[in-house]
Design a protein around this ligand. Structure first.
Ligand code: MRU
Length: 377
């Protein structure tokens, strides 16, 4: 039986196909002449609904509120949000372009601090706008104004297309690293839902699955925001990967007793020496993997590598609302007035990472020099 048939049988209510997409996962961002539609990931896996956004502040709000999330997707949304804002403001002079583009960039960059893709994509849009302004000093004639908006749209679409291709390439490089009959574990959601393509870490797993290499995949639930429970396991099920959901505190036991022979995760920011910021709990998983001699792989496109961060100490760690820890689906699970910490990310030292997979190849061993070589390919 084919893959879609299996899903139809197992979960009739989820047997959706998404028009124009080969993927079993709904489109994350739809950008067109009228604006942008953002898949509201807060409602998954129960509802597939889209939020309509028309400008940069709507994009920034959707990012802050986690309607969209995942490092590469945050970057792509910012690029589209930038283009929408330029359409809305329709600058008439080079000075207006400069002023409005800088303000837009500041607004988008303030949405979340850790994922460097947000800064990368926003800066690409900003730099293009500034270059256009420099090349067209003074008042802009209508034709130049149109050309500016077309250039903005085109650049945003390019950021997204590059992400989609990077996912495919990482999938191929990463799948080649996994052994046959692989039992793999992943954390958070580094899947299609975090990107415009097949995903980073989950893309590696689904690519390996299509090659018949995956015996079993474990998804950690990823407290407190539960991206693993709500999103990753849903993706794995929809893609037909034999898989189980575990709570984060089961990881050591499962790795020790269930033959796990690879851990693959994504990344939000990788420092120049390979120290990697990813969803809180990733560091613990890397320590467990090292103890058990299980290879620990990071899959992330090169815009995730921040050459300005010399090591992990230079990476800003987002602290999110304490209610994400004390409440689950609106129900309080801790005493009223409790003091809470909520760092949303942690940094895994490079020494615990077996290899980093980018769209340009595999970095192994993870050293400053090898990272530089990979990025400049
Ligand atoms: O807070 P989120 O859901 O935006 O965090 C996303 C992650 O940390 C993912 O694990 C991922 O590795 C980065 S996106 C491919």
């Amino acid at each position: 039986m084919n893959h879609a048939g299996l899903l139809r049988r197992a979960r009739p209510e989820r047997a959706l196909t998404f028009k124009g997409e080969k993927s079993m996962i709904p489109p994350r961002l739809i950008f067109n002449k009228t604006g942008m539609k953002i898949l509201d990931q807060r409602l998954l896996p129960d509802k597939v609904k889209f939020l309509a956004v028309k400008d940069a502040s709507g994009t920034a709000k959707a990012t802050r509120d986690m309607a969209l999330r995942g490092a590469p997707l945050i970057g792509c949304a910012a690029a589209f949000g930038f283009a929408l804002e330029m359409r809305r403001l329709a600058p008439k002079t080079s000075a207006e372009i400069e002023k409005q583009a800088r303000r837009t960039a500041d607004l988008l960059k303030a949405a979340r601090p850790t994922a460097v893709a947000l800064f990368y994509a926003t800066d690409r849009m900003l730099n293009l706008a500034l270059a256009f302004a420099a090349a067209h000093p003074g008042k802009l004639f209508p034709a130049a104004r149109r050309r500016f908006l077309v250039a903005m749209d085109k650049e945003a679409r390019l950021v997204s297309a590059e992400d989609e291709k990077a996912c495919r390439d990482m999938g191929a490089y990463g799948a080649a690293l996994l052994p046959r009959k692989c039992v793999v574990m992943t954390h958070c959601n580094a899947g299609a839902l975090a990107t415009m393509g097949i995903g980073t870490a989950v893309g590696v797993i689904t690519t390996a699955h299509k090659k018949g290499k995956i015996k079993h995949a474990y998804s950690c639930e990823t407290r407190p925001y539960l991206q693993g429970a709500r999103l990753t396991i849903w993706e794995l099920m929809r893609e037909g990967v034999p898989s189980e959901l575990i709570t984060d505190n089961m990881a050591a036991h499962i790795i020790k007793t269930c033959g796990v022979n690879a851990v693959v995760v994504g990344a939000d920011r990788i420092a120049a020496n390979g120290d990697t910021a990813n969803k809180i709990g990733t560091y613990a998983l890397a320590v467990i993997a090292k103890y058990h001699g299980v290879p620990f792989y990071v899959a992330a496109p090169t815009p995730t590598i921040d050459k300005h961060a010399s090591d992990g100490t230079a990476i800003a760690i987002e602290e999110r609302s304490t209610e994400e820890v004390t409440y689950v689906k609106g129900a309080r699970i801790a005493p009223k007035g409790v003091k809470v910490r909520h760092p949303a990310f942690d940094v895994t030292p490079a020494s615990l990472i077996t290899a980093i997979v980018t769209e340009k190849g595999v970095i192994n061993p993870v050293t400053r020099a090898n990272i530089l070589k990979n990025v400049s390919r």
